[in-house]
Design a binder for this molecule. Structure first.
Ligand code: 13P
Length: 254
């Protein structure tokens, strides 16, 4: 079953009005493969979502970087899934390690958020990944399986979920996972989905990699059989993001 290559740009907490204009015009001018080959989703901070959505080329879509765990109401500072739907924002990133570690979001909390966002019709980029300590202790697979299990226990429909494997030690560090390290975890995750969800979900769910992806390392990573795209942080703010989108061609010719 073909899994369309997916490239997400997570701008995190970056950008000014001027910078946003510049990045969007670079994206709009980019010569990239067609929508049949690659799905591109750009995730600016909440405040820039409407302007990015309205100025971005129509073959790219937008994502929020978070949303609330249930229906909105008296939750100061939160943004609800309903609001994203109302603004026609089709995607949301949930469970990013920066939120898990800095804000104490547990796997159960993330699982509940994923389930609620899906129930409202959003597409979800669900992030998982181990810390350096966990990797060095040999518990990488146990950690990512537990994080995935907390999601799997709460949802039945995986068609709107992209799983983003982002090893914490590779995020923003310039220390990218080797293609073999990434492939190993992606392969194990697919096996986990096969055994614990279904062979169909295992075969069709896109598992993307995030952590110091750049224009220079994307092609070699993209060639890995169980790697279906990227979630890009720092490089998504730069013109090299176009090269990362183009790495989808590696898959096409594989
Ligand atoms: P970097 O690409 O900056 O390492 O960030 C990855 C990431 O966290 C994307 O969500």
């Amino acid at each position: 079953m073909a899994r369309k290559f997916f490239v997400g740009g997570n701008w995190k907490c970056n950008g000014t009005t001027e910078e946003v204009k510049k990045i969007v015009s670079t994206l709009n001018a980019g010569d990239v493969p067609s929508q049949d080959v690659v799905e591109v989703v750009i995730s600016p901070p909440f405040v820039f979502l409407p302007v990015v959505k309205s100025s971005l080329r129509s073959d790219f879509h937008v994502a929020a970087q978070n949303c609330w765990i249930k229906k909105g109401g008296a939750y100061t500072g939160e943004i609800s899934a309903e609001m994203l739907v109302n603004l026609e924002i089709p995607w949301v990133i949930l469970g990013h390690s920066e939120r898990r570690s800095l804000l104490g979001e547990s796997s159960e909390f993330v699982g509940d958020k994923v389930a609620y966002a899906l129930s409202q019709g959003l597409n979800v980029i669900a992030c998982i990944g181990e810390t350096l300590e966990q990797r060095e202790a040999g518990s990488t697979m146990a950690v990512v399986a537990a994080q995935t299990k907390a999601i799997a226990e709460r949802i039945t429909d995986w068609t709107k979920v992209v799983l983003a494997y982002e090893p914490v030690w590779a995020i923003g560090t310039g220390k990218v996972a080797t293609p073999a390290q990434a492939q190993e975890v992606h392969f194990e995750l697919r096996k986990w989905l096969q055994a614990n969800v279904s062979p169909q979900v295992s075969a069709s769910t896109r598992i993307i990699y995030g952590g110091s992806v750049s224009g220079g390392n994307c092609k070699e990573l993209a060639a890995q059989p169980d790697l279906d795209g990227f979630l890009v942080g720092g490089a998504s703010l730069k013109p090299e993001f176009i090269d990362i989108i183009k790495s989808a061609e590696v898959k096409k010719s594989a």
